[in-house]
Design a protein around this ligand. Structure first.
Ligand code: URA
Length: 214
């Protein structure tokens, strides 16, 4: 049994306390994830399943409208997000907020925004596969509860780990995908746009498409 699976089992045991349980099969993907959003958030805020929990300041669970038709999924919290415990509040967050307001003509609070992993990787490195795997059940539960009409993965990492798809984001954007029956419209990550402002045109097209789709 691999290390992550053992950890998951230990974690489940700690949640179960004294109640009866039948054991876990080696194929178990999920922890005993609670059904309610608040309970889920509490669980994530207290998660110590992967190494990122050792270096984080704050867990960044996600925020926004739980009834939103759109869900944006970024990669991982950055420095500012880690300090504040809020998603997309740094420079790329400012750009994301402008994109939502100016192109979708919506308020940021009307949309639900989260990340693939909920804790900051040191030096903003890419999240590792074990970190993504530990965090994925949380994301899946968020998607299940919010049940949006469209998911927008922001950038390569979000796209890759949501869909298990290695297509480069430059090729993936502009195409329509599906995740458990929900439409997926990938686009560039705002921090990529900060480095490559000429790519804003493509994101404008993607957001217009999302708007028409809704
Ligand atoms: N980049 C992300 O992918 N997510 C954040 O929350 C902030 C920056």
């Amino acid at each position: 049994m691999n290390k992550l699976l053992k950890l998951k089992h230990l974690y489940n045991l700690s949640l179960i306390e004294d109640s009866y349980f039948e054991g876990f099969s080696a194929s178990d993907e999920n922890y005993n994830i609670p059904g309610g959003f608040k309970e889920l958030e509490n669980m994530v805020l207290n998660c110590h399943l992967c190494n990122l929990s050792k270096s984080r300041n704050k867990v960044v669970f996600g925020e926004g409208n739980l009834h939103s038709k759109i869900m944006f999924i970024g990669e991982a919290p950055g420095r500012e997000e880690d300090l504040q415990g809020r998603v997309f509040v740094g420079r790329s967050g400012e750009l994301l907020t402008k994109m939502i307001e100016n192109v979708l003509n919506m308020k940021r609070e009307e949309i639900y925004i989260t990340n693939i992993v909920k804790c900051r990787p040191p030096q903003n490195r890419d999240p590792e596969i074990e970190e993504v795997e530990s965090c994925k059940p949380y994301l899946l539960k968020q998607i299940e509860i919010i049940n949006p009409r469209v998911i927008v993965p922001l950038g390569r990492i979000a796209f890759k780990y949501l869909l298990n798809n290695e297509t480069p984001i430059t090729k993936a954007r502009g195409n329509l995908y599906s995740f458990k029956g929900i439409k997926v419209i990938p686009t560039f990550h705002p921090s990529f746009l900060l480095r490559n402002p000429s790519k804003k045109k493509e994101v404008f097209i993607d957001l217009k498409f999302i708007k028409e789709f809704l």
